[in-house]
Every structure is written in structure tokens, then in C-alpha cells.
Design a protein around this ligand. Sequence first.
Ligand code: NAD
Length: 370
Amino acid sequence: MEKMVDYEKLFDGVYLGKKVLITGHNGFKGSWLSVWLSKMGAQVYGYSLKNESLHHLELLEFDGHQQLGDIRNQAQLNAFFAEVQPDIVFHLAAQALVRYSYENPVETFSTNVMGTLHVFEACRITPSVKAIVNVTSDKCYDNREWIWGYRENDPMGGYDPYSASKGCSELLTAAYRNSFFNTKNYNQNHQVLLASGRAGNVIGGGDWADDRLIPDIVRATAQSHAVKIRNPRATRPWQHVLEPLSGYLMLGMKLLQSEVKDAEGWNFGPDLSSNLAVEDIISLSKKHWPQIEIEFEKDKSLHHEANLLMLDCSKANKILKWQPVWNIEKTMEKTILWYRDFYLSNKVNTLSDIEEFVNEANRKELVWAT
Ligand SMILES: NC(=O)c1ccc[n+]([C@@H]2O[C@H](COP(=O)([O-])OP(=O)(O)OC[C@H]3O[C@@H](n4cnc5c(N)ncnc54)[C@H](O)[C@@H]3O)[C@@H](O)[C@H]2O)c1
């Protein structure tokens, strides 16, 4: 018989009773994080713009505290921080789409750079805050399109506005850590540890963003349409949304436990075998929803799109003992079945996916799950 998961004991039990402020809580990653933290006994306080698309948290009838607000508005953000007095902040709010960033560069930079600055400022003036995890991206690196994975000490960069904004968010993180949350002065003139998490292409149920591969595929299939695919050879580090979240939660745990040396940047990517081309992802999808139909079309936009991008996660593997839980086959199975069950049977598998993920991590004796 499957052992019952004791959620409150996960991650050394650090989240039980903690006040956790999540920016971007109603987005794809934020919604999974909010639900998982609530199950672990955290008090979740979300701060996001209104979500105009189908809303994962609403489907889950999430009852945590939620505030609609804009991270570009410093006064509003400060007021929310003052009201909540969080112990830890996970900063996920962002304009997160590459193609949209070409059409809306100012919105992208103002949200991802100035918005991040405002979040750090709100943290700086709120004495309850002890830990901050800034969620950036694998795209923060200067992408040379080479076959090796990027390591945490590779240079920041970014060809398109989104990627550059994430490189800037990393520079901002380093500047705030050096200037205000310096680990050398920890517990002397401040008590804040700041780290960042860089993950790859994340998939899983509950994402309805425009212009992302899996949402595009499942939306079209649910309407019995073929989905148009532009760049079948583009290779990405695909991972289930719960994988980077387990990394961010581990990082948050270390910071709350005053592990000063872990206040750095960390890659949380899949095993190399999960670095697959779009066309391989489509073949795996069809195994679980045979009605998926694809049409390849030439990319007529003049926008540059990266072809190859991989992360080297040796640092997180070795130092944090963080490991992915599911391989790419399992990841695709859980992802496609989530949407198929939702569209065909009106079922929402989020909680059972979290449970299966945690049980598998426990079987694998991953440090956060035992
Ligand atoms: N999804 C991926 O594959 C992926 C990969 C790497 C990194 N990331 C990063 O992870 C984080 C979360 O991504 P996601 O996939 O959940 O994105 P998402 O687009 O699903 O959600 C974005 C969230 O940010 C909020 N938001 C946007 N602008 C805001 C503003 N001005 N003020 C307040 N809230 C605002 C939205 O309301 C939403 O809650 C982002 O920082 C993103 O760049 C995502």
C-alpha cells in the first residue's frame, strides 16, 4: 500500500505556519506553487494581475489570500507587504513570453526589471522578510547555441527582450545581494538571504498561456483542430512544473534555515535525456492523446528564436542534492493526461499529480521528500 504523504514534513517542515508571499501566484507556476505550499500548511498570500484566461486556481477553488495588483506600482506593493509581513517571498510575476516581448518590449522590461526592483525594495523595507527566491529563466544566459549546458557562472545575456529582461533580473539580484543583503553582513546589518532559480521550459496541466507549445496543442485538439508548429527542431530542456518548484522550495528552505552559502543563483533543469526537439515532444504527446494533429508551417516572423539551449545542473545536484523526479516520458504522460482529463471528463488532476510526484520523490529518497 502507498505510504500517506505527510505534507507538513516536506522540506524539513519549514513551510508549516510560514507566511509566504508569492508574486505571480495565479500564473502557471504560481498556481501550482500556491496549492503545494497550502498543502504543506503555509499561509499563502498571492499578488498578481487579474488572470484573463482560464484560471487554474479557480478550478482548484483555492482559498488562500489573493490580492490583485501590479508589481510596477511600488506604493501598492509596499502596502501589501506591510499588511502581510511575509517570512519568505517567491517572486514569479513576469511578462513571461518571448514572442509577446518583441511586440511589447517596454511592458516586458518594465515588468521583469523594474517590477523585480520594486519587489526587492518592498522586501528591503519589510523587516519580517527573511528569504527571497527570484524566479528567472534559463534564457538569462548569453546563448551561444552550443551543445553544452550553461553553468551558473556563465555570462548573462539575452537576444530578445524577454531573455534580456531575465538576464537583467539576475544582474539586479546580484546587485541587491551585494549592496543590501550581503551574506558577509548577514545577521549584522540585515537578516535577508536572496537567491535566484533558473529553470528551462516548463510543462504540466493548468497552463493556458498563448504561444506555448503544450497549451497550443491541447487547445487546438480540444476543438478538433490541427495545431500549427513553426520550429520543430528547436530543442529545449522540458520539465514538469513540479520539478523547478521543488528546486525553488528547496532553495527557500535553505534560506529560511540561514544557509548563507546557498544565497546564489541556481539552475534547476531536467536530465540531459529530457532535452528534446519540439517534434519529439509532439510524438510523445500523441501517445497519450492520439487525436493530436500537427501541421508544420514556415515561421514567417522575422523574430530570432533560439534553437538550442541546455542547462548544466551539477551545482544543484551536488550541493543542494536536488534531482528531477520524473523522466520525460512520465512528464509528458502527466501533462497530456491532465489536459485530456480536463477537456474530456472535466477532471482537474493537480492534487493527485502533486501527490504522485511527492510519493515518487520519497521513493527515490530525495532529501526534501524524506
Ligand atoms: N513557463 C515556463 O516555461 C518558464 C520557463 C522559465 C522561466 N519562467 C519564469 O517563471 C515565472 C512564472 O512563469 P509562468 O509560466 O507561471 O508565467 P505566467 O505567464 O503563467 O504567469 C505570470 C504571472 O505574473 C503575473 N504578472 C504579470 N505581470 C504582472 C505585473 N505587472 N504585476 C503583477 N503580476 C504580474 C501574472 O498575473 C501571472 O500571475 C516567470 O518569471 C517566468 O519568466 C517560466
